[in-house]
Ligand binder design. Sequence first.
Ligand code: HEM
Length: 270
Amino acid sequence: MPKLPKLPTPPLPPQFKSPPPRPGDEAAGSGPLQQAAEAGISVVDWVDERMSLSGAGRWMLFRKVPKGTNWAYTLGSATMFAFLSQAVTGVFLAMYYRPDPAGGAYESIRYVTNEVFLGQFVRGMHKWGSTVMVVLVFLHMGRTFFYGAYKYPRELNWVIGVVLLILTMLMSFTGYLLPFDQRAYWATIVGVNINGTGPLLGPYLSDFLRAGPEFGATTLSRFYAIHMLLVPGAIAAMIGAHLYLVAKLGTTAPPWQKAEKNPELRKAEL
Ligand code: HEM
């Protein structure tokens, strides 16, 4: 197995290095903006002196990308943005939502939609955002598949991606029940029954999702806990591992990109 070359941490780009002030310049640069910037820099420096995280930040952010990188490479970051938007809008919805199957859940959603300031907008963002995230995750998966980015040494990142895909589907499935209207109720019964037909683990899985043999009062709170705590936490952790591997291994060049000739070989040809 060929050993991967160890790439050095890229140097700090020159625009981030401020030149030392010239003698006599101090007065010109002492406005409130300059002072606010200095204060911000001092805080960051204070934290960095104790945690030494700036090297890690530079390692993560200032990376070389292959020639031919195009818009399709932004689909992963777009998926991550959709996830973050879901997390933020979800927090606001959770401030009003009650996972009470005896009418409370339905009523709390009605209240958010009709009474709360910007409630319909935030709920709409969360509802349509979920569809956007599913579409983006599939497009990103298609990009990595068609560019051959699943091959050595990125197989583990593909596997982590598959886990992220399953978790994204689980978010959609558990979120669908929460409005607790007729459509949510019956669609989830169908979904849980489909899970139950799976070999070996199927019946256990549907028992776990229902929180018992019957679709009952505890099912809604179980779906809510899975939807707002378990799966988002797992997705955040998996995205961390996914991005660590992207930064460590670099991204794949497009398959049509020809490798540049080694200058030594070119010299030998002449
Ligand atoms: C929540 C879901 C996901 C997020 C937030 C995410 C995020 C990212 C980001 C930001 C990158 C950097 C390069 C790029 O954007 O193309 C990336 C790369 C990659 N992702 Fe994902 N991803 C997700 C799901 C998936 C899925 C479902 C798969 C495949 C099953 C996958 C496989 C990969 C692979 C193989 C790479 C390396 C690409 C390369 O080297 O060119 N990811 N991902």
